[in-house]
Write a protein that binds this ligand. Sequence first.
Ligand code: HPA
Length: 368
Amino acid sequence: MNATIKDIGREANVSYATVSRAFNNKYGVKPETRARILEVAKRLNYSPNGIARGLVNKRTKSIGLIIPDITNPYFPEVARGIEEGAKEQGYSVFLCNTNWEHDRQAQYIELLAEKRVDGLIIAPVSNAVDPAQERLFNSIPVVYVDRPPQNTQRSYVVIDNIRGGFIATRHLIEAGYRKIGFIGAVEQSMPVDERLEGFKLAMERYGLSIEDRYIKLGHFTQEAGTKLIREMIGGGDYPRAIFAENDLLALGVIEGVRSLGLAVPADVAVVGFDDIHFASFENVQLTTICQPKYEMGKAAVRILLEEISWKEHAARGGARNGQQADKKVMTACAEETENAAVSAETSGGRQVVVLEPELIVRKTSLIT
Ligand code: HPA
């Protein structure tokens, strides 16, 4: 059985309160008494229970991470960066998957707050801001990753989705394609809205017409990509290149094109977004926009842990000052590129990190 604080007090001949004071480095314990208590604790193999320690320190050294879709390999890769960054600082991470459901998101936020996590990192279901949750975030630090709610005043880490959509489309135009379609998601969120905006910007910049019949929207799944491209091709008049809003959709598009006896890229070229693990597989070779997913996770957890420290500092009456405009350079995805530019700003005590997207050209967009 594990030793308790009481056991240590009995053995060291001091009160429970003195043991607690010694563990928490509080005043009123003589150095020699503290040394004796720590020696007894070590001898009895005492290991403090995280929750009990949290109640004393008002910290549980844990954070909550809420993602919308654990089956999309993009999110676990971001989670890996968060977990690594947290572990380096002695924090553990509780991972929750909302399956794109608002109710589940609300339940998880409440549950994690009850578990007294020190902070939250959230990739929310949508743009919508829930006022009750926003009030809660006044007491629990929160950092958004990938898809912050519209007009949020909280910190967040994202990629420049407009630029990503633009360079993906520009690549197809420069490869000689003129009839270019878009397959994306119906929901309203920063990645969805901005990737489409980037697509339209590139088409307009190069004087190409945006045809409504070449734009199809569904869900962020491989199945949706297959269904939507089959519908488009089935109509007879179809585009010769597709920009798909994420790699799962792009994989579905490739599947759909092939299922109709056509070839990628000879009949329809495909560009995706995210550069998930499967994109580089030999029989996939998907041209895509790379997001430095691991680094995004690390940036998000760095900011969150800073915010947790500021909160504690403020609780002790300290001022939140000396916060500098934050300029960081992070590693990009492609090996040949040393760094991806990152712009970051701080305003009103929050940090916004926008990472630079990078085009990775593979076989699905190359005419050979
Ligand atoms: N949704 C779906 N796939 C994604 C997203 C997203 O918000 N971001 C990156 N890949």
